[in-house]
Design a protein around this ligand. Sequence first.
Ligand code: PAF
Length: 281
Amino acid sequence: MKVFKEKKPLKVYISKLKAQNYTVGFVPTMGALHQGHLSLIKKAQKKNDVVVVSIFVNPTQFDNKEDLLKYPKTIENDTKLLNTVSCDVLFYPSVNEIYAEKIVSEKFDFDGLENQMEGKFRDGHFNGVGTIVKTLFEIVEPDKAYFGQKDFQQLQIIKKMVKKHAMNVKVKGCPIFREKDGLAMSSRNTRLSKDHRNAAPFIYKTLQKVRKNFNGENSEDIIAWVENEFKKHPLLKLEYFNIANEKSLKTINHNESNKKYRAFIAVFAGEIRLIDNIKLK
Ligand code: PAF
């Protein structure tokens, strides 16, 4: 695996690949890699000649300083994992390489997608995500880029950005990868205490019950039921639960029963914030 810490030599390397008509698949990550990331890489390998993975803990997408400081950094293990799946290229830049002196976000208009759910609770988060993903796309110039559906709102926002800025990249959303007990894989899971880790599968179990009981018209009852389930839970604190249109991400409206819906949830397990979602029938 080739490792680049600077954008210029990476750009030169990629332009050489492109000159030979190689297609480039890209998997942007913040490291602390797990099987979910590896599944994105494997998907990318099937459809592209060369796969680039980036590892960069992006400061501008964190609204909580503590969360940024404590974000797991496991580059040695990440490098080993990337070698096990024969990843071609790792881009592992410093904050200075990406932002120089100005660690600030560009301001984006994602047609309101940024104001729903995560946007209500994480101030400036999606401007930070848009800034880094746009920057990385400009450096890597991928043909296809792969994102997990755990961050479904992020995925829709990136698709919107690509469309609005006429970027020449296909954005692919990939299924959520889960632990055996149903917990959605996340780099943050490694920070859960034993008790919180044992409690966390309750999130997906609740989503599965929502999926079973949702009939297009009972969303208010379901939302109230979920809120009550978490009120009773001794270890998990619900931040939000919402049933929303997959495209607009707006809360379900009774007049649109032919649309596609998804249930979205954010929960605190101690100080660790977990998100998940499920497609509804
Ligand atoms: O989903 C993530 O890991 C990050 O938000 C991303 C897309 C790599 C941007 O920093």
